[in-house]
Design a protein around this ligand. Structure first.
Ligand code: CMP
Length: 139
């Protein structure tokens, strides 16, 4: 089915000027960018966005990383977009990611892994609503 998912080009990637290369990999993989903006998160926003990880040992490091440089937040649309995007991104840890994936090609480490993608329909809907108004999604 036609689905929407939420994506973030993370600080390690925007800092290295890789936004275009990453968008091209998403598009070449069959996804359409139907909303996009470059923003810099506040610490409070990063903490709220990642609140599901609040008890994890890497939470503080993760939040500080996510505010360290601008990010590009996106809504992606396509057939089975959530799963498709996860395939295009590759495994969370670039050491485990398949050849040709965004994380294998561009990520620096488990934390600095260049891109975020929603893991399920419920989180996709929540994450999209956190960053975009309905009228900003132009499918
Ligand atoms: P993301 O998909 O954005 O969701 C949570 C992020 O936490 C994940 O990508 C990783 O970049 C990061 N992460 C997961 N495990 C660790 C870890 N052990 N140390 C640092 N960051 C981590």
């Amino acid at each position: 089915a036609l689905e929407r998912t939420f994506s973030i080009v993370k600080p390690d990637a925007t800092k290295r000027n890789l936004t275009g290369k990453i968008c091209a990999m998403l598009e070449d993989g069959g996804l359409r960018i139907i909303a996009q903006k470059r923003i810099q998160l506040t610490l409070a926003q990063a903490q709220e966005f990642y609140s599901v990880h609040a008890e994890r040992p890497f939470y503080d490091e993760l939040c500080e990383f996510m505010v360290s440089e601008p990010i590009v937040v996106q809504v992606l649309e396509g057939e089975n977009a959530i799963l498709r995007n996860r395939e295009i991104m590759g495994a969370t840890n670039p050491a485990d990611a398949e050849e040709g994936t965004i994380r294998k090609t561009h990520a620096l480490s488990l934390g600095e892994n260049s891109i975020h993608g929603s893991d399920a329909p419920e989180t996709a809907a929540e994450e999209i609503a956190y960053f975009f108004a309905g009228l900003e999604l132009v499918g």
